[in-house]
Ligand binder design. Structure first.
Ligand code: AMP
Length: 368
């Protein structure tokens, strides 16, 4: 049983237990990386037989507001982290009092709310697209007038992969748009964003440890289909100056939020070479999966290193790579994918291939 509460003051020894909130594929791949470093993982989430449960030493299957289960979980682990940001803030506030939490509740609070996220970025001089808050249909009307059309209404909370997003044009019925957004997240406030006519979507992943040391991965290009990441191309085909600027933005944001862990920064590159931040994720990210096969230290190992207080590893790229998500029944192609010797296949152990569901990914290594 751990005796530590509050911040960890020394590296976790092999054999220690890392608690992970959330039990999807990100938790699964993080737990596999942790196991290689000699740690055990205990995953916490509402679903039985979830991707992470299948590879962890222990699993608590309970709701995020089950304080008794959270208390038992905290007592059984040496440090707590999370693999997705839609964890209720109240959950991590309970846990933070019982066990070291990395990253902390303040980081989660910023990254789980699109308005707080954009306010934070602009507050530390990192530009985003123009945006306005909307709390009801009247507020939506005023926000759309201020931003202009076309624009996008998003729920400030609980949105991912395009869920809770409505495109608004001059002809749109705003009451309908509001209802569609609220249909996804019943009590959420809205955020109206100016559409960025981008030339490329990129992301940069940064790790930061408790002593303030920082390592970034090379920025990558992300191509989406139906708002869901389809392919990541590593590295992004950008001039060094832009690529360096994207990495500097990621480092700056991690430092300013006092991050201990991993931060993925999704950005738009505009035709006139501006970089605007779209979204932040304080955890391993789909656009970093290529690092499993193409970098000295994968994003998952780096995440575990940062959370466990270990020295960060090299982010050196061993070769270029293209990562393709296997969405829904694309996964049925697994045997053909494996028959190409250069492909690195990763499957997540999900039973049902629902349309758009992330079932696995394949990374094609490109020798330089
Ligand atoms: P998000 O959930 O905010 O990451 O949005 C999902 C995808 O929708 C992004 O990856 C973009 O392709 C597109 N998108 C979101 N917001 C904007 C925006 N303000 N301008 C242009 N495209 C956007």
């Amino acid at each position: 049983m751990p005796e530590l509460t509050g911040p960890l003051d020394r590296p976790l020894s092999p054999g220690a237990t890392i608690g992970i909130l959330g039990s999807g594929q990100l938790g699964r791949m993080a737990a596999l990386a942790a196991a290689r470093l000699g740690y055990r993982c205990h995953v916490y989430g509402p679903e039985a037989d979830a991707p992470a449960n299948q590879v962890c030493d222990a699993a608590t299957v309970a709701a995020y507001d089950d304080v008794a289960a959270l208390t038992r979980f905290a007592a059984a682990v040496d440090v707590v982290t999370f693999e997705f940001e839609n964890i209720p803030l109240a959950t991590v506030e309970v846990l933070e009092k019982l066990a070291p939490l990395r990253p902390g509740a303040a980081v989660l609070s910023i990254c789980q709310h699109r308005l707080r996220e954009k306010d934070f970025c602009n507050g530390v001089s990192v530009p985003t697209t123009a945006y306005r808050a909307a709390e009801d249909v009247g507020g939506l009307r005023r926000a759309v007038e201020a931003i202009g059309t076309p624009c996008i209404l998003k729920s400030a909370e609980l949105g991912y992969d395009g869920k809770g997003q409505v495109r608004i044009t001059a002809e749109s019925d705003l009451a309908e748009a509001w209802a569609a957004m609220r249909g996804h997240a019943a009590d959420a406030v809205g955020i109206v964003e100016a559409i960025v006519p981008f030339r490329m979507e990129i992301s940069a992943i940064v790790a930061r440890s408790a002593d303030g040391s920082v390592r970034t991965y090379v920025p990558v290009e992300n191509r989406h289909k139906n708002h869901i990441l389809d392919e990541t191309i590593a590295p992004a085909n950008l001039p060094d100056e832009l690529s360096d600027r994207a990495e500097a933005i990621a480092r700056h944001l991690a430092k300013e939020m006092g991050l201990i862990g991993l931060l993925a920064v999704e950005m738009f590159v505009t035709h006139d070479n501006k970089i605007l931040v779209n979204e932040l994720a304080p955890r391993p990210h789909n656009s970093g999966h290529w690092t499993l096969d193409a970098c000295v230290t994968s994003q998952f190992e780096q995440f575990i290193r940062a959370v466990a207080g270990l020295p960060l590893g090299s982010t050196e790229r061993l070769c270029d790579a293209v990562m393709k998500n296997l969405l829904g029944d694309e996964v049925n192609d697994w045997l053909r994918i494996l028959s190409e010797p250069g492909n690195k296949l990763h499957l997540y152990g999900k039973a049902e291939a629902r349309p758009g569901r992330k079932m696995g990914h394949v990374t094609r290594l490109i020798r330089r």
